[in-house]
Design a protein around this ligand. Structure first.
Ligand SMILES: C[S@@+](CC[C@H](N)C(=O)[O-])C[C@H]1O[C@@H](n2cnc3c(N)ncnc32)[C@H](O)[C@@H]1O
Length: 220
C-alpha cells in the first residue's frame, strides 16, 4: 500500500514514521509513506497557502489551489483521497478494514480555521476521529494510517487483531500476564487451567460482559 499525507507540518510525522509497528511495516516494504508539504504547491509569493474568509470573520482559510494541486500531483485512478475533517464520517474499525484493501490512500490535513469549501469536490471521503476540534489534520491522519497499517497482511499476526475490540462487534476480553497474584488480585482460574475450550468460552462471555458494561450501544 502507498500512503501520501498532504500537510503543512511534515515534521510532526517524524516520530510516527520512525517507531514501532509503522516503522516495521515500512522497513518490510508493506507500506510506503510520503509526507508532502503542500506549501510547495502554492504559486503565490512566499508560498502562501491561506487567506482571510470571504464575508469576514476570524481565522484564516486554506486556499484551494495549493491543496488541489498537491492532490492532483499524487492522484491516480487507484487513489482514495481522504479529507481529515471534524464534520466528516466518524472513523471506525470497519472503515480501517475497508481502507486496508485499497492500494493508494491520500490523506489531506487541514489547518487554521479550515479549508475552502470547494476542496470538498476533490476528495472521496471525509473522516472525523471524534467530536472535538484539533489544531490540524496531522494527528487524525496518523490515527487513520495507524489503524489501517496494522491490518495490512504481514504487519502483525492476524490473530492479534481479529479479536480486537470492534472487530467482531464486541469489545476485547480482559487479558492478564505474570505475576499470577498481584497484591492479592489473582488471575481467573480458568486461564491457568490449560483447558482451551473453556478458555475460549470464558473469553467470549467476558467480551460480552465487557461490552454490556462499557458500550451497550454496540450490542444493538
Ligand atoms: C481547527 S480545525 C478547523 C475546524 C473547523 N473550523 C470546524 O469547526 O469544523 C483545522 C483542521 O484540523 C483537522 N481536524 C480538527 N479536528 C478534527 C477531527 N476531530 N477529526 C478530523 N480532523 C480534524 C481538519 O483537517 C480541520 O480542517
Amino acid at each position: 500500500m502507498k500512503i501520501d499525507i498532504l500537510t503543512l507540518f511534515p515534521h510532526m510525522f517524524d516520530g510516527f514514521l520512525n517507531e514501532s509497528i509503522v516503522k516495521r511495516a515500512i522497513l518490510k516494504g508493506i507500506v510506503s509513506i510520503r509526507v508532502i508539504d503542500f506549501r510547495e504547491f502554492s504559486d503565490l509569493p512566499h508560498h502562501m497557502v491561506d487567506d482571510t474568509p470571504y464575508g469576514g470573520g476570524s481565522g484564516m482559510v486554506l486556499r484551494c489551489e495549493p491543496l488541489v494541486n498537491a492532490i492532483e500531483s499524487v492522484k491516480t485512478f487507484q487513489s482514495k483521497v481522504l479529507l481529515m475533517c471534524p464534520q466528516g464520517v466518524p472513523f471506525e474499525q470497519k472503515h480501517a478494514r475497508e481502507l486496508s484493501k485499497e492500494t493508494h490512500l491520500v490523506l489531506v490535513c487541514g489547518h487554521y480555521e479550515g479549508f475552502d469549501e470547494r476542496i470538498r469536490n476533490y476528495v472521496d471521503m471525509e473522516y472525523s476521529i471524534g467530536d472535538y476540534v484539533l489544531t490540524g489534520g496531522e494527528l487524525p491522519s496518523m490515527v487513520i494510517s495507524d489503524a489501517v497499517i496494522r491490518l495490512l497482511e504481514g504487519v502483525i499476526n492476524p490473530s492479534s487483531h481479529e479479536l480486537d475490540s470492534f472487530s467482531n462487534g464486541l469489545l476485547d476480553y480482559p487479558v492478564y500476564t505474570k505475576p499470577y497474584d498481584f497484591r492479592g488480585q489473582k488471575v481467573p482460574d480458568v486461564l491457568v487451567s490449560g483447558d482451551h475450550k473453556k478458555i475460549a468460552e470464558w473469553r467470549l462471555n467476558a467480551a460480552l460482559e465487557n461490552t454490556k458494561k462499557r458500550r451497550s450501544d454496540l450490542l444493538k
